[in-house]
Ligand binder design. Structure first.
Ligand SMILES: Nc1nc2c(ncn2[C@@H]2O[C@H](COP(=O)(O)OP(=O)(O)OP(=O)(O)O)[C@@H](O)[C@H]2O)c(=O)[nH]1
Ligand SMILES: C[S@@+](CC[C@H](N)C(=O)[O-])C[C@H]1O[C@@H](n2cnc3c(N)ncnc32)[C@H](O)[C@@H]1O
Ligand code: SF4
Ligand code: SF4
Length: 336
């Protein structure tokens, strides 16, 4: 079933981001604000969420279409019961060379060793601040900083490569850019600064709140000189830099100020099995129904291939060109 596909802008399908749950133990204001994702929020019932068998079946079909990298995400993926069992099912899929996890980190002390043993190679751990007051403000008062640092340490001890994700919001945590950079430079973890994005409809995004790649790098360069570094592969999400003195790496994910759609090779599957061809897509394609029908793998794979061939998404590039003269962007028309 090896039949690599390219979309209408000649972008191959290389990465599959799999959300294994829509639930989370944090309430980050920029992602799941507590006011909206409250106690009555209708999270998916269990029977609507893809089973491990269904996820593995899909992953195999995607691998046949050219996917080599799987990223497990969520919600908080470590809330999904028995996640290492799923990893063990994904690991032997022919063509898959990289299985990674993105997590808020607090459950890593419990799971890091099991994840490594099952086949995860690396984890990206999100941490927006080194100070409890700011961090708790940003995560809806769900965790202090030390619990996440403990998670990173557990992952590193288990032999997982650890990178750190910091979403930067002007006036909230941008004063910590240099401190975070110095902290993780000393610990030799690659820190990636993420421009606050207008995902979904609920995070109150304003262009004014975005610290751009240029502003972030300027601040760091003023204290610890950096220079651009080469990407590891074409289509890497983060722009890379290195410190001139130690050569340690850092990155910036500049979806707003410097979009990277032209090399975007990523497909996404939500927890209920909907395929999205862009992080900002308003329309998805139901794969769960297909999996639960009597269609064969070949037929479902052909359906996915057709969707990919028709793909035109370049949301971040379009946002830039449509909004470059506007001081603010109203994002309420964009799907999650
Ligand atoms: N706009 C946009 N943002 C993305 C895309 N892929 C990842 N991101 C964002 O990049 C940030 C970091 O994502 P991660 O889950 O750590 O994944 P990654 O950066 O691709 O990970 P690596 O494989 O380690 O490079 C998150 O804020 C994601 O939402 C993409 O295709 N488009
Ligand atoms: C949605 S989370 C899911 C995985 C896990 N719960 C975590 O926080 O790492 C994946 C990544 O998206 C980032 N993210 C969420 N909302 C964002 C936004 N509005 N802008 C930029 N990045 C965002 C998070 O910081 C995290 O690094
Ligand atoms: S960014 Fe991650 S940890 Fe924060 S609310 Fe979203 S899913 Fe949860
Ligand atoms: S905005 Fe869409 S097309 Fe552009 S890089 Fe992100 S996921 Fe890919």
């Amino acid at each position: 079933m090896n039949n690599p596909v390219q979309d209408s802008l000649d972008r191959p399908l290389r990465d599959l981001r799999i959300s294994v749950t829509d639930k989370c133990n944090f309430r980050c204001r920029y992602c799941m604000p507590a006011g909206i994702f409250g106690p009555d929020y209708p999270f998916l019932p269990k029977d609507k969420v893809l089973s491990f068998e269904e996820i593995a079946r899909l992953a195999e079909m995607f691998a046949g279409l050219g996917v080599t990298k799987l990223r497990i995400t969520g919600g908080e993926p470590l809330l999904r019961k028995d996640l290492p069992v799923l990893i063990g099912m994904l690991k032997p899929i022919p063509g898959i060379t990289d299985i990674a996890l993105t997590t808020n980190g607090v459950l890593l002390p419990k799971f890091a060793a099991k994840l490594k043993e099952a086949g995860v190679g690396r984890v990206n751990v999100s941490l927006d601040s080194l100070h409890d007051e700011t961090f708790r403000y940003m995560n809806g008062n769900r965790s202090g900083v030390q619990a996440v640092l403990d998670g990173m340490e557990a992952a590193a001890e288990a032999g997982l490569q650890v990178k750190v994700n910091m979403v930067v919001q002007k006036g909230v945590n941008d004063h910590e850019i240099v401190e975070m950079a110095a902290f993780f430079k000393a610990r030799k973890h690659i820190l990636r600064f993420i421009e606050f994005m207008d995902v979904g409809n609920s995070n109150g995004w304003r262009l004014d709140d975005v610290m751009t790649k240029q502003e972030i790098i300027q601040r760091i360069h003023g204290e610890m000189p950096v220079e651009p570094a080469d990407p590891l592969y074409k289509g890497e999400v983060a722009s890379k830099f290195r410190y001139k003195d130690t050569g340690e790496e850092l990155g910036v994910i500049s979806s707003v100020s410097d979009a990277f759609c032209s090399s975007c090779t990523r497909a996404r599957i939500s927890a209920e099995g909907t395929l999205y061809t862009c992080l900002f897509a308003s329309k998805g394609y139901d794969l769960r129904d297909k999996l639960r029908s009597d269609l064969t793998d070949e037929e479902i794979q052909a359906y996915i291939a057709d969707i990919w061939r028709g793909r035109k998404d370049r949301y971040s590039e379009e946002r830039r060109s449509q909004t470059k003269d506007l001081p603010k962007v109203e994002m309420s028309h964009i799907g999650g």
